[in-house]
Design a protein. Structure first.
Ligand code: AMP
Ligand code: GLY
Length: 417
């Protein structure tokens, strides 16, 4: 099978890595890719937001499957453009991707489907904003309605800061604060059948101890030793299947990856957000644990035949990923800094630890930073403590001037064992 992956972050590197290890895949392309993906896939230049260009490239390459990684192309309808030329695509239509593209749309779908989530108001005027802030009180949760790469959400006790963020958005969702640990649960679906993956936990804040601003995600681990073993079944029944059924009922069936960001509150599981694609960095740890070859699973989603697949098989291993971000991330990240130590990790830590590239590019013989999140150092082990240890040993070999990473990824979960 010939597979074309669209995107160029650590999630796409993780997808390409798994696809490159799948014996059903005999040609693997990534567009536009990055310096690390170039080691496992053939890179092609393309504007990932240009559906016609992506469809043309897929046709030229005789791709049997196109996998669209990031949310922006999905919301822009890139999957529709590829489907229109008759090539199977893993990823939802532009309309179905509104589940991620508009928080207000997601809230409406959840209300119709009876899916538990935070109570919320959609506000467009300063008066509505003030009323909503007063109705819920602190801590205030204020979300830009549109796509914001994980950075459109402000959670604060400071009413003035909450109000200022709200007034900076055209349309804003203000909602009840949800207390309790967060879990990311992904499901692969073809619009009818829903196949849950293993849960993971992401670290959204920039600094140790969950301090600092929200980011796209600074690290992740799986499995969750502290979680109720019934969690996946419960979320399947109360969240994932009802959401997929509701979208089908509305005439906008959702196929691809449905990402449920959940809060485990004292009153039960609540949806914090939906995403319409694999999460980054959770994908790095979830795919590290998936034993079933990936290409067939994605192709069956694209073709509407997930019901024919046997259950997914998982490794007993634990996985941890630590994100190395550039100087000044998430504000105005500095780019163009040389990265060292990649060869040392490949020589000394493989196969248990490896580096997935996010924002990187080659400059002559050097690999340099090209984005806010630069690398996702991933490791597996017999338990979280071992995986964590291996991941941080590899992190220590990497050099990137001014870079930052959290030192507490999976630390609490590893101790609770
Ligand atoms: P989102 O983009 O909706 O996932 O929000 C980003 C992060 O903000 C989440 O991962 C949570 O840590 C936090 N957050 C979002 N909504 C809430 C909420 N209702 N209560 C508490 N924290 C929230
Ligand atoms: N890790 C959060 C996200 O992918 O949105």
């Amino acid at each position: 099978m010939k597979v074309l992956v669209i995107g160029g972050g650590a999630r796409e590197h993780a997808l390409c890595r798994s696809l490159s290890l799948d014996s059903d895949v005999n040609a693997l392309y990534c567009a536009p890719g990055n310096a690390g993906i170039a080691e496992v896939a053939e890179l092609r230049p393309v504007d990932p937001l240009d559906g016609e260009a992506v469809a043309r490239l897929a046709t030229e390459l005789h791709a049997d499957l196109v996998v669209v990684g990031p949310e922006a192309p999905l919301v822009a309808g890139v999957a529709d453009a590829v489907r229109a030329v008759g090539i199977p695509v893993f990823g939802p239509s532009g309309e179905a991707a509104q589940l991620e593209g508009s928080k207000a749309f997601a809230k409406d779908v959840m209300a119709s489907a009876g899916v538990p989530t935070a109570r919320s108001y959609v506000c467009t005027t300063p008066e509505e904003v003030d009323e909503a802030l007063d109705a819920f009180g602190a801590p205030y949760v204020v979300k830009d309605d549109g796509l914001a790469a994980g950075k459109g959400v402000v959670v604060t006790d400071d009413r003035a800061a909450a109000r200022a963020h709200a007034l900076g958005c055209d349309r804003v969702v203000i909602e009840e604060f949800l207390d309790g640990p967060e879990v990311s649960l992904f499901a692969i679906t073809d619009g009818v059948t829903v196949l849950p993956l293993q849960p993971a936990q992401d670290f959204k804040r920039a600094l140790d101890g969950d301090a600092g601003p929200n980011t796209g995600g600074m690290g992740a681990y799986s499995p969750l030793p502290w979680a109720d073993p019934k969690l996946v079944d419960e979320v399947m029944a109360s969240v994932l299947q009802p959401t997929v059924d509701e979208l089908r009922r509305r005439g906008t069936p959702f196929s691809g990856l449905l990402y449920a960001g959940l809060a485990i509150t004292s009153r039960g599981v609540r949806v914090i957000e939906f995403n319409a694609r694999f999460g980054d960095p959770e994908t790095q740890v979830v795919l590290a644990r998936l034993r079933t070859p990936l290409a067939g699973v994605l192709l069956n989603s694209a073709n509407g035949t997930l019901d024919t697949l046997p259950p997914l098989s998982w490794r007993e291993d634990a996985a941890v990923t630590v994100v190395i971000a550039s100087h000044n991330y998430p504000e105005t990240p500095r780019t163009g800094d040389p990265i060292t130590g990649l060869a040392e990790v490949a020589e000394q830590d493989a196969p248990y630890a490896y580096v997935l590239h996010a924002g990187t590019r080659t400059e002559g013989d050097a690999v340099v930073s090209a984005g806010g999140r630069v690398l996702s150092v991933t490791a597996t082990g017999s338990d979280l403590a071992e995986a964590r240890d291996r991941a941080y040993k590899a992190v220590a070999r990497i050099g990137l001037d001014g870079s930052q990473y959290r030192t507490d990824i999976a630390a609490k979960a590893a101790e609770s064992r």
